[in-house]
Design a protein around this ligand. Sequence first.
Ligand code: TYM
Length: 334
Amino acid sequence: MEENKKVLYSGMQATGTLTLGNYLGALKNWVKMHEEFTCFYGVMDLHSLTVRQEPAQFRKNARALYALYVAAGLDPEKNCIYYQSHVAAHAQLGWVLDCFTYMGELNRMTQFKDKASKHADNINAGLYTYPVLMAADILLYQANVVPVGVDQKQHLEITRDIAERFNNLYGEVFTIPEAYISENGAKIMSLADPTKKMSKSDENKNATILLLDDRDTIIRKFKRAVTDSGSEVRFSEDKPGISNLMSIYGCVTGKTMEEIEREFDGKGYGEFKLAVGEAVADELTPLQKRYDELMKDKSYIDQCIKTNDERAAYVAGKTLRKVHKKIGLTELIR
Ligand code: TYM
C-alpha cells in the first residue's frame, strides 16, 4: 500500500448479517477504492456492544462480517481489514475524545434518540458516546474520506467538530475527514415501508433483503415489495416504493433512472419487480459462493486478520502517541 495516497476509513457493526442497504450504500462502493486511497476497514465490534450481544453468536457474526467484506471483493492484501477491538488505541482515543465532546452535542444525535427508543431497557452510556468512539476510529488513521450511507452523516459532522476543536487547542494533530456519500444507494429503503430505511433490526422479515438470503427468498421478497398507486415505472417523489426499487436496480445494473424508465415503458409493476429480484439475486450469488468458501478456510482469514491487525495497530499507535504527548500525558518509559 502506497504511503502518498489519501486515506480512506470505514466500517460496519458486527451485528447479524448485512442487508442489501449495507451492501449498496457502503460495501459495494468500497471494492475499488484502494486504487485511489490507502484503505482501512474495521469490523466494528466495540460499537456492537452498545446493544446486548449473545457472546458465541457475536463472535460468529464478527467473523462472518470479515468474510463478507472479503467475499464482496475487498482484497485483504490491498486493504487493511481488521478488528476494532484488536487495536486498543480505539478505546484509548475514545476516552480522550470523550473529554473534548459536550453532552449538548451528543444530545442532538438522532441515531442515539432512535436507538434509545428501540432499546428503552438498555440505554447505556456506550450508546450515548457511540459517536465519540466513531470519531476516534476515523481520526486515529488520519482519514481524508469516510464513505458511508446518509444515516451516518451526522456522526461525520460531530467527528469533524471534535477534530477541529482539538486542533484549535493543540495544533494540527488530526486530519479533518470528509463524508463521502454516493449518489446512488446512499439510502436504501424498506421493501415493506419505503418511507423507512432498510434495516437489519426490522421486525418484518419481508422488509429487508439479507446478503445471505437465497435466490428464491430474494425474488419472493421483491415480488411482495410495497409499490405505489398507478402502474408506471417512473422515478419520482410521489412514488417512493417504485423509486426505491429503481435505485436498487440502478445500483446493481449500472443503469440510469432514465434507462430504467425506458426499459420498463408500458410494462407493469409485476414484471419490473421480478426483474429487480433477479438482478439482485444474480449480483449476490457469486458473493455468497465466495463467502461459503471463505468460511471454510479458517487459516486464510486468520492470517489476514493477524497481518492487518498489526498494520492497523501500528498506524493508530502513532496517532495516539502524538495525542498523548500534545495533551501532556507522561510518555511511556521504554
Ligand atoms: P452500520 O453498521 O449501521 O452500517 C454500515 C454502513 O451501511 C450503511 N447503511 C445503509 N446505506 C444505505 N441504505 C441503507 N438502508 C443502509 N443501512 C446501512 C451505513 O450508512 C454505513 O455506512 N456507526 C457505523 C459503523 C462505524 C463506522 C465507523 C463507519 C463505526 N465506526 C467509522 C465509518 C467510520 C454504523 O453503525 O454503520
